[in-house]
Write a protein that binds this ligand. Structure first.
Ligand code: ADP
Length: 379
């Protein structure tokens, strides 16, 4: 059995020097002070944390380390220590020699003489600035996550609303349009010029409303992510779009050509829609020359960059972003027909495929609509 022995004088001296070495090597700042707040001793940790040398601190008031807005703190702490209390993990701020403010956690204990009288205090201060920042960053991430969730919720409610509203408006819009047309056809002869003109406006308005509602419905149908991704030959998709546009291509004497096009992983009907909208616009917004439309694709790293180039009227650079918004048009209905939803649909299709869409254009010289499609592993 090991027998514990009372340490002798020599042992005590050794113990004290060990203790001093531990204090010296501590990462925390350890400061001894009088009950008036005058520094009597400090370790290397204190020099490192506060940026002062021991000589600069010893004999000075603790106020040296306290930011102006916390000056009242020290007397209160020292009063409690004087009453024999110990203060643990007290979070506060301190000022370094270079003026930077740091977050620290303090543990302050009374130093007593042999008779048990409190004659001073020892303060252990830990620099918790980094921990505080990490805590703050985590809190912000959490808040951001909550906001993103809320946004996603309200966004999906809004999309649902747009879908329901456009779906339910379809029927009344169709009824108004058909009855206005019926009125105009059947009773034209009995009406005077004014009434005929007004009914003409009503018919045009009702038709336009029907078009807008139908387009909005189509746009909101694209809200849920597609699950119909499959290898899709872009050359056949463009051929399908061209076939659908045959009447206006012939009528405008347009020429639509394309370079060799890749097979991509995509939702084929959506991709056909995208090409069709872009080619139809290239023909609709034509200049004085017959429309020339050219589709090409280039591989850039992990994505395909497609382009649809035309020789049409072009777009002013300041409008190049807004035209992708719902119902955003640059021309009155009478000049070029349309509802302003075509490019919004293109944007949604491209984004659902993980790509981006943009336009480069010069008024009077034509436009190039670009969109990117990521190349998925295996296709
Ligand atoms: P819409 O064609 O029904 O007006 P879009 O969303 O397809 O709606 O296009 C929005 C606007 O962008 C158009 O009104 C037009 O001003 C402009 N735009 C689109 N494509 C072209 C193009 N190829 N050349 C010039 N302007 C275009």
């Amino acid at each position: 059995m090991v027998k514990l022995q009372q340490p002798g004088i020599a042992d005590l001296a050794l113990l004290r020097s060990h203790l001093a070495a531990i204090v010296e090597s501590s990462d925390d700042a350890i400061i001894g002070e009088t009950l008036d707040g005058i520094v009597t001793s400090c370790n290397r940790g204190a020099e490192r944390i506060y940026g002062y040398t021991a000589t600069e601190m010893i004999g000075k008031s603790l106020d040296l380390l306290v930011p102006p807005d916390r000056e009242d703190e020290i007397p209160g702490i020292l009063k409690r220590i004087g009453d024999g209390e110990r203060i643990e993990h007290y979070g506060t701020k301190r000022r370094r020699k270079d003026g930077t403010i740091i977050d620290i956690s303090l543990t302050v204990s009374p130093i007593k003489d042999e008779g048990g009288r409190v004659i001073g205090a020892s303060t252990i201060a830990r620099d918790v600035t980094l921990a505080k920042r990490a805590e703050e960053a985590l809190r912000m991430v959490d808040e951001l996550r909550q906001r993103t969730d809320e946004l996603a919720r309200s966004n999906s409610e809004l999309q649902r609303f747009a879908f329901v509203a456009s779906h339910d408006l379809q029927e009344p819009a169709r009824t108004v349009a058909s009855f206005c047309e019926l009125l105009s056809d059947r009773y034209k002869a009995q009406l005077d010029d004014n009434a005929r003109e007004w009914i003409g406006y009503a018919v045009a308005g009702a038709r336009r409303m029907r078009g807008l509602v139908a387009d909005l419905l189509e746009y909101s149908r694209l809200q849920s992510p597609t699950r119909r991704f499959a290898p899709t030959d872009c050359a056949s998709v463009v051929a399908e779009a061209v076939a659908n546009l045959r009447v206006s291509i012939d009528e405008m004497r347009a020429e639509v050509s394309h370079d060799p096009l890749p097979v991509v992983t995509a939702d084929a009907p959506q991709l056909a829609h995208l090409f069709q909208n872009l080619i139809a616009n290239a023909i609709k917004f034509r200049g004085n020359q017959p429309p020339r439309v050219h589709v090409s694709a280039e591989r850039h790293g992990n994505e395909w960059a497609f382009s649809v180039r035309d020789n049409g009227i072009g777009i002013e650079p300041r409008h190049c972003e807004q035209i992708f918004d719902v119902f955003r048009r640059l021309h009155p209905e009478g000049q070029y027909p349309g509802t302003g939803i075509g490019l919004a649909i293109c944007k949604r299709v491209v984004e659902q495929h993980g790509g981006q869409i943009w336009v480069e254009s010069e008024p009077g010289r034509g436009s190039v609509f670009y969109f990117s499609l990521p190349i998925h592993a295996g296709g």
